[in-house]
Every structure is written in structure tokens, then in C-alpha cells.
Write a protein that binds this ligand. Structure first.
Ligand SMILES: [Zn+2]
Length: 966
């Protein structure tokens, strides 16, 4: 077969043992082959240089709709949904998305099953079947996706920006599509959407505009012949690439201030400029340089100044598009209430900072520092899941020459001050666009964006006005950052003699326990540290819970300027409120991790309440609680489900109520109680010697417990806080019906939960296998066939070691009681599917699950998450995977059927079922009916807390026989 094999060498990370090859098939399809003998998963990603910008006039969303349709069936595999079913049953996942200038399809699958998966996947691009019946059903899925986006501010603001741009640039268009754009309007014009769809596919999907990545465990020659045989039939019409160059904004769209009303209560200020796309200079990295400085959070930075003024909660800066055609550079600032009253000064300060950059000139040392960080980042990048890796590379293939397919723009290699200066010169007051969203604009707008209905107003600005804003900005000390001391210089690997598979307890004292696991698999100069504070005081009341949250946020707030450099240098941390206290996590290069961790501990130790910061944090937390009512209904249903199942958890409305009355002195009095009695569970893993791990914990004990001014004392054995789960009753169907919290949201939702058992190897594997077998049929039936809604899925659920299944559906089509009925009907038909399953099919599903379990951790972070879960839950089954694989090998089909019949089937005697029903704006009549009319055999929960008090609990794993001892 004639084929081009390129001689170019693809630049790869120093430690990357995988092999790469570029080939071009005779039909001009460009392919990147990746061979990774260590991989458990194979993956592929096809990038097509056709996106929503290519939508024909009057058929908005057609490219996106086509993306949906290709999943249905092909001439070679005509059974609807058989592609997704095959992938799901062989341990994989599939997805796709449509962007402005491209559409991407991708999947992964157990490494042994690549050939058939690839054959099915290739048919998307060879001979798809788009039946009339499927077309009409799937337009509904696209519409449901739009319904889901409709009340989401990100989508609304994004469209508003497009709306205020030139009508003749494709940027202006609505991209995702709806029933209106794909059915109603085309019909009115006499168009047949399906014919248009076929026409669009045939005239645009051409092999010369596609880039394919295949990631597999075989060697390159084998992958190559596999790819040749599957993809050579992809049609090539040598279509000219699309060209979208041209400015999306003409002068009327520049120098504008747009005031928009968001759904959620927030104030966001976005200041942006059309710029020369960074892609034109990607080796010089001008936008990376500028975003590093404008987005900096250290001392003297714009953010640090805005924070000190009490105006900003967060700030981000950078280039928005990755395109050769056009681009924007933006700065997005989340404002406080006070900041909202000073928009003009805030914009003025940004221009002052830009002026500072102009005056200081481009600094070589800053560029060099950035390059050093980015280079380390590239060479020591964690391995990611093959599906994500394949996707990233495929996206890069559209943009970069082959040698840069892996590195992309991530490591600039040429210092070009003129180029940086050129982009900096484009950030001027004459071409700025300022979009501000705030509920304070309610009632002050005169315009409505047509697709999402966002209310807004536009004011034209001029250079003089903007100069005035700069003049009235407060006089503050803005400066360039200092040299970053957190850049790791010691990247050497510790020499661990033998392979260590599991963590072990390295140290135990009255104050703490240290679990330790050296890295003998990933061989990177990184570490992962978790320090979990078990603080019984944190969960006594809604007040205690909110104060613990305030405490963690304030500590992070105080550390922000100091730790920002660490974050830039690949060393990050977080302090999170947990169910039993709070935890510190440090992740990244180990070289300077200790310095950062010691600083965090000292901030905790001399914690003080700064009233100005207290009120800023309180305000933003309060908004988060208040915005709860705008959560999508499926998230509300999930929230209620957790509230019903967890022994102790405080409802949002109670927490909001107490928060409103909190003052700094409450926190001042609370913190000594919070820290006064605590126990530390520590996990240290990675490129760290046992001695260093021990000394890290010794130091923490020294500071927190042992010095003369130490606050903390160890816990009494009676005090350890644990987490327990409510046990539902056998054979009973509970339901809890509520009205959605936002009456304008037309979506309804259910979480239909089936509680099965507490952690037990044999039961676990039955549940997992059932979920694996049922997942795809559930999705196919509930979403593709019945079109109940875009979100319609079945998944496993694990609450602190209590396992079950849950169906999650969000719908405008049907009300929750109907959705429940459809779930039960699905289980009815699934029963016969299960009975009809052949022994071979059963075996193949078992093997797929075994393969999934034997999958190795990709990186330290994944490994730490796995072991930490065992420690945190108290189950301590570090060899869980091996035990479950052994149990799976023993499992018989009859046992699975028996499991289904006794725990999952609709009328099963041991079935424990809870349905949380959230009734949206379209279904309020049905809500009244649901609370007054009890379906037979079910029990309505009207009072969540009385219900919880009346139920027994599952035991905690912390303390039971064979479990962790406290
Ligand atoms: Zn979609």
C-alpha cells in the first residue's frame, strides 16, 4: 500500500518510553500512532476540522447534531447503539464534542479489544446510517441538552459575547442547536433536516480534514497495519480547509461596556481584547508571558492589590482561543459587592498594570523562569489516561506541525521581546470589550439576547472615559513579581531498593498515624501528602460546620500570595473541609514541598481572624449557599439523596441561616475548640524517604501539640468522629418529592437509588458486574429510545462503603413519577435481557471487568486517591483489586441473576429503594398529585430528619472487627 511515512521526529518528554510514528494514508488521513507496551487501555481520537462555524445558514447546531448522529449505527453495524454497547462491555468509555472549528470523537477500551472497537469507530467516517426515525429522536436529545444549558450563566454569557459581534463572522452564530433550529425553522422553510444532515456530512467530512490518534499496546508496525486496514476506506474529497480569518468584532463592538443580568447571584467582570492569535507565534509564547504577569497573585500583583482593597475574589488572565483565525486575550475578575461598586476603578487598575508592563519592558529573566518551569512540566508530566492523551494529541495535530504534536505551545523556545510587545500593544483602551454581569443590573437593561434570553444593556465608551477610570483608580503599589523560589532544582530520584505495593503504617503516636508508600512505579520527582485532621468539634452543629468551612477558606486566603509561586512551579496544595474535620493535601515536586507544608502548618498554628478578610469570605460563602437554588434539578436531587442517607449532615438552608449571623469573634472563639482536640491521619507517598516522612510528621506534632504555646491535645478514644449511613428498609420503596428550587427551571429530575450492601468483596463484584452489563442498555433505552432527557444514566453509588445503584434522569418531557415508572419498566425488560445472556457473553463481561480492575494506576495522584480512600473509610483493603478479581473468577451467571432477583428487581423482597423526585416548573400539577397520592407499596418521606432518626445505621468501619482500630 502506498503510504507516506514521515521522517520527522516527534519531540517527546525525556522520560517518555512510549513510541510515536506519523503516517499519512493514501486517502490523506493523517495519523499519529502511539505504542505503549505498559498500557491496559487502548484509545483513539478522531479530530475532524469541521465545527459549528461550518453550520449552514438557518441550520444552527447542525455540526453538533451530526456529532450525536454518528453514534447511532452504520451500514456495517446496523444495530442501533451497538458501538457504545461494545465499548461499555469491554471496559471502555466513549464521548465526543463539537467546537467552533472542529469536532472530536474519542473512546478507550480494554487493550485486547482494540481491533473490533476501531472497526466500529471507523464506520462513523465511512458509512454511517442516519435513519429518519433516529434523526427525529436525536433532535430531542440536542434540544434537551440546550434546555440543560439554558439557565447556565457560562452558556448565556458566551452567547452574549457572540451576539455582540459582526453578523457576517461565524463567531456570531448560535452553535449547539435546539428543536427550534433543527426542526421547526427548517420545516417552515421546506427543508428536511435529515437530507441537510447527509448533505453536510458528505460535503464536509473528508479524510484530508481529519487527524487520527491510535494509542495501543502493540508495536508501531502492528498498530500501523491495523489503522491502514480500518481507515483507508474513509472518503476523501480533498475538501479545502475552512478559513475563518477576519475580525469577529468591528468598531461598534469595541470600546463597549455591557451590563448583563446573570441567573446566579454573582458579580463578574470580563475585560478582553481581540488580539493576533498566539498560534502565529507559538514558539515565542507571547500570551503565556502576559497571562503569567497579569494573572499573577503574588505580592504587588493586580490580584493582590484588588484583594487587599476587598474588591476581588478571584482573577484569571489568558488567551481564550486556540485558533489561527482570530483570538481574544481576557482578564476575568470575580468581584465582591464592594468591588461591584468600583468597576471603573478596577478596570483602571488593570490598565495601570498594563502600563507598568509597558514601562518595564519585556524581561528576559521572567521569560527564562517561565521556560524553566514549563520545561520541567513537559518532561515530568504525569501519565494521563490514554483516552485523554489521545484526545490532546489529536487536537494538537490540527494546529501544530508533526514535531510539535506533543509539546504544542507548552514550552516556548524563542525569546522574542518584540512579539510579546506587539501583543501587549494590542491591549489598549481603543479596542477593549468590557462585560460585567451582576444582579444589580436588574431593571436597568433594555435589550434581550435572542437565544438564551439574557437581559443586558450596552454603553459605548471612549478613550477619554477610560483614561478617567485610570485616573480615579486608587494609588497602590503594583510591581512585577520577584524571582520564584519554589522552582525545583533537585529532580533526583530516591533509590528505593525493592518494589513496594501497598502503604504501611510507619509511625504511630498519641497524636497521629503515618501511612507511608514510596514510589517504585512512576519514577518521578514528586510526592503526595495528605494530613487529615479528625476534629469532633467540626460536626456538632450547623454553626460548627460553617465555622470549619470559614476557617479552611481563611487559611488558604492568608497563604495565597506566598503559595502562588509554588503553584506556578508545579507544587500545589489545598485545605478542605471534610465530613470529620479538615484535610491538607500537597501535590507536586517533592524538592520544596516541605517548605510549603511547614508554612501551612504554621499558618494553622497562629491562626488569627482578620475582620476584613472574614467579611469577604463570608460574603462569597453566603452567595454560594444562596445560589443553591439555581443548581440544575439533577444536582438538587443528588443533594437530597445524600442528606437523606448521611447520619449527620446539615442542610444548606440551616447553614445559610447561621452564616448570616456569624461575626469574626465567633470564629475566634471556635478555632481553639476545633483544633483543641484532634487526631492526624497522615499519608505520605512518592519520592520521599521513610526518614523524611517521619520527620515531616514529627515536625507537625512539635508545632501543634508539643510546644509551650501549642493549642492541640490528642483525642480521647471516645471522641473519634465517624461517618455513618442510614439503612433503608427491605422491600420498601421510599420516595421524597420536592418542588425544584427555581420555578423558572422547567427541568424535573429523579435520583432513583437502590441500596444494596455494605462493603463486601463478593457482593461488590456482583453489583459492579450488574452495573457494567446494565449501564449501556439503560442509557440507550431511557435516553436514545424514550428521549426522556439529555441526562439519563445508571451508575454505581458508594457512600462511605455502603454500595448501591442509582438512576439519574433530568427531563422536561416527563414528570418525576413518570420517570420513576420508566426506570421500573426498564428493570422489567432488563430482567429478560439478563436471563437471555449467553454464557459467552457473561464470560466476556466478567473478563472486561477483570481487565478494568487490573488496570494499573497511571500516576502518583491516582494511586494516592485509591489507597487514601481505604484509609479514610477505614476499610484498609489495600489489595482490594486482587481480592475482587479472585471473587470475579469464581462468580457464576446464576449468582448474578440471583443477585438481581433479590436486590434490584422491582418487586424483589430485599430491595431497598429511595426515589428523590424534584419537580420542575413544568410539572407543578403533577407535584400536587404526587404528595397526595401514595403509589401502592411505597412510603413517602415528608420530614427528612424524622425519617433519619427513625432508621438504623450501618456500622462504621472505623472500629469493627477486622477493621481499622482507632
Ligand atoms: Zn451534544
Amino acid at each position: 500500500m502506498a503510504m507516506e511515512r514521515s521522517e520527522v521526529e516527534i519531540v517527546k518528554p525525556r522520560n517518555d518510553k512510549r513510541e510515536y510514528r506519523r503516517i499519512v494514508l493514501p486517502n490523506s488521513l493523517e495519523v499519529c500512532l502511539i505504542s505503549d507496551p505498559d498500557t491496559d487501555k487502548a484509545a483513539a481520537s478522531m479530530n475532524v476540522d469541521v465545527g459549528s462555524f461550518c453550520d449552514p445558514e438557518g441550520l444552527e447546531g447542525l455540526a453538533h447534531f451530526l456529532e450525536h448522529m454518528l453514534f447511532y449505527a452504520s451500514e456495517k453495524y446496523p444495530v442501533e447503539d451497538s458501538y457504545s454497547k461494545f465499548i461499555a462491555e469491554h471496559g471502555g468509555t466513549t464521548n465526543a464534542f463539537t467546537s467552533s472549528e472542529n469536532t472530536n470523537f474519542f473512546f478507550d477500551v480494554n487493550a485486547d479489544c482494540l481491533e473490533e472497537a476501531l472497526d466500529r469507530f471507523a464506520q462513523f467516517f465511512i458509512k454511517p446510517l442516519m435513519s429518519a426515525d433516529a434523526t427525529i429522536r436525536e433532535i430531542k436529545a440536542v434540544d434537551s441538552e440546550h434546555q440543560k444549558n439554558l439557565l447556565t450563566d457560562i452558556w448565556r454569557m458566551n452567547q452574549l459575547e457572540k451576539h455582540l459581534s459582526s453578523k457576517d463572522h461565524p463567531y456570531h452564530k448560535f452553535s449547539t442547536g435546539s428543536w427550534e433550529t433543527l426542526e421547526v425553522r427548517p420545516k417552515a422553510k421546506g427543508l428536511d433536516t435529515r437530507l441537510e444532515l447527509l448533505k453536510f456530512y458528505e460535503s464536509n467530512y473528508s479524510a484530508n480534514l481529519m487527524q487520527l490518534v491510535v494509542y495501543a499496546k502493540e508495536n508501531l508496525d502492528v498498530i500501523q497495519s491495523l489503522v491502514e486496514s480500518k481507515f483507508v476506506a474513509v472518503n476523501n474529497i480533498s475538501r479545502n480547509p475552512f478559513d475563518f480569518s477576519g475580525e469577529p468584532c468591528s468598531s461598534e463592538h469595541l470600546q463597549i461596556l455591557v451590563k448583563a443580568v446573570p441567573i446566579k447571584d454573582c458579580h463578574k467582570l470580563k475585560i478582553f481584547w481581540p488580539i493576533t492569535p498566539g498560534m502565529h507565534h507559538y514558539k515565542e509564547g507571547p500570551c503565556g508571558y502576559l497571562s503569567h504577569l497579569i494573572g499573577h497573585e503574588g505580592e504587588g500583583s493586580l490580584f493582590s492589590v484588588l484583594k487587599e482593597l476587598g474588591w476581588a475574589i478571584s482573577l484569571g488572565a489568558g488567551e481564550e482561543e486556540r485558533s489561527y483565525a482570530f483570538s481574544f486575550f481576557s482578564t476575568i475578575i470575580e468581584l465582591t459587592d464592594a468591588g461591584q461598586d468600583h468597576i471603573e476603578e478596577t478596570v483602571g487598575l488593570l490598565f495601570k498594570y498594563i502600563k507598568l508592563l509597558q514601562d518595564s519592558g519585556v524581561q528576559k529573566w521572567i521569560f527564562d523562569e517561565l521556560v524553566a518551569i514549563r520545561e520541567i512540566g513537559f518532561h515530568y508530566k504525569d501519565k494521563s489516561r490514554p483516552i485523554h492523551y489521545a484526545l490532546d494529541v489529536a487536537l494538537n495535530m490540527q494546529l501544530y506541525p508533526p514535531e510539535d504534536w506533543l509539546v504544542g505551545s507548552s514550552v516556548p523556545s524563542k525569546f522574542a521581546p518584540d512579539t510579546i510587545q506587539k501583543i501587549l500593544n494590542e491591549l489598549t483602551s481603543s479596542n477593549v470589550r468590557i462585560f460585567c454581569q451582576s444582579n444589580k443590573f436588574e431593571g436597568c437593561t433594555n435589550l434581550t439576547e435572542p437565544w438564551y434570553g439574557t437581559h443586558f444593556a450596552v454603553e459605548k465608551l471612549d478613550t477619554m472615559t477610560l483614561e478617567k477610570w485610570v485616573a480615579k483608580a486608587p494609588a497602590v503599589n503594583l510591581s512585577l513579581p520577584k524571582a520564584n523560589v519554589f522552582i525545583p532544582t533537585d529532580l533526583s530520584l530516591k533509590n528505593f531498593q525493592e518494589k513496594v505495593r501497598y502503604p504501611r503504617m510507619l509511625r504511630k503516636s498519641a497524636f497521629s498515624r503515618l501511612w507511608y508508600k514510596p514510589d517504585t512505579s512512576f519514577l518521578t520527582p514528586k510526592a503526595h501528602i495528605i494530613i487529615d485532621f479528625n476534629c469532633p468539634e467540626s460536626k456538632h452543629s450547623p454553626e460548627a460546620s460553617v465555622l470549619t468551612e470559614m476557617f479552611t477558606r481563611l487559611v488558604m486566603d492568608y497563604l495565597n500570595e506566598y503559595a502562588y509561586d509554588a503553584d506556578v512551579a508545579g507544587l500545589s496544595y489545598s485545605i478542605k473541609h471534610t465530613d470529620t474535620g479538615f484535610e491538607i493535601i500537597c501535590v507536586g515536586y517533592n524538592h520544596k514541598m516541605r517548605i510549603l507544608l511547614d508554612m501551612i502548618i504554621s499558618k494553622i498554628d497562629d491562626f488569627d481572624v482578620r475582620p476584613d478578610r472574614f467579611s469577604v469570605i463570608k460574603e462569597s460563602l453566603q452567595k454560594e449557599y444562596e445560589n443553591y437554588k439555581f443548581w440544575p434539578p439533577y444536582q438538587q436531587a443528588m443533594y437530597y439523596c445524600s442528606l437523606l442517607l448521611q447520619e449527620i449532615s446539615w442542610p444548606c438552608n440551616e447553614e445559610l441561616e447561621v452564616l448570616q449571623h456569624l461575626e469574626p469573634n465567633h470564629l475566634l472563639q471556635f478555632t481553639p475548640r476545633l483544633l483543641g482536640k484532634t487526631h492526624l491521619e497522615c499519608y505520605i507517598s512518592g519520592n520521599i524517604e521513610p526518614k523524611e516522612a517521619e520527620s515531616t510528621v514529627e515536625h507537625i506534632e512539635e508545632v501543634l501539640f508539643k510546644s509551650s504555646k501549642s493549642l492541640s491535645k490528642p483525642l480521647f478514644p471516645s471522641q473519634h468522629a465517624t461517618k455513618r449511613i442510614v439503612k433503608l428498609q427491605d422491600g420498601l420503596r421510599y420516595y421524597h418529592a420536592v418542588e425544584g428550587s427555581n420555578p423558572n427551571d422547567e427541568n424535573s429530575s429523579i435520583v432513583n437509588y437502590i441500596q444494596v450492601h455494605q462493603d463486601d468483596i463478593k457482593m461488590n463484584v456482583k453489583l459492579q458486574l450488574l452495573a457494567l452489563v446494565a449501564k449501556q442498555p439503560a442509557f440507550h433505552q431511557l435516553r436514545s429510545v424514550e428521549q426522556l432527557g439529555y441526562i439519563a444514566l445508571l451508575m454505581q453509588r458508594n457512600d462511605h462503603g455502603v454500595h448501591g445503584l442509582q438512576f439519574i434522569i433530568q427531563s422536561t418531557v416527563k414528570d418525576p413519577s413518570h420517570l420513576d415508572a420508566r426506570v421500573n419498566a426498564f428493570l422489567g425488560t432488563f430482567e429478560s435481557t439478563l436471563y437471555a445472556m449467553s454464557d459467552d457473553e457473561f464470560k466476556s463481561n466478567v473478563n472486561a471487568l477483570i481487565d478494568l480492575k487490573l488496570e494499573k494506576h497511571k500516576n502518583l495522584r491516582e494511586e494516592a486517591a485509591f489507597f487514601w480512600k481505604e484509609i479514610y473509610n477505614g476499610t484498609l483493603l489495600f489489595d482490594r483489586k486482587e481480592s475482587e478479581v479472585a471473587a470475579l473468577r469464581e462468580l457464576k451467571k446464576e449468582e448474578l441473576v440471583e443477585f438481581f432477583n433479590s436486590h434490584v428487581k422491582f418487586d424483589a423482597p430485599q430491595r431497598r429503594n429511595l426515589s428523590v423526585q424534584v419537580y420542575g416548573g413544568l410539572h407543578l400539577m403533577e407535584y400536587k398529585h404526587a404528595i397526595d397520592n401514595l403509589p401502592p407499596g411505597s412510603c413517602q418521606i415528608t420530614d427528612i430528619f424524622s425519617f433519619k432518626r427513625s432508621r438504623p445505621l450501618y456500622g462504621s468501619f472505623k472500629g469493627g472487627i477486622g477493621h481499622m482500630k482507632l
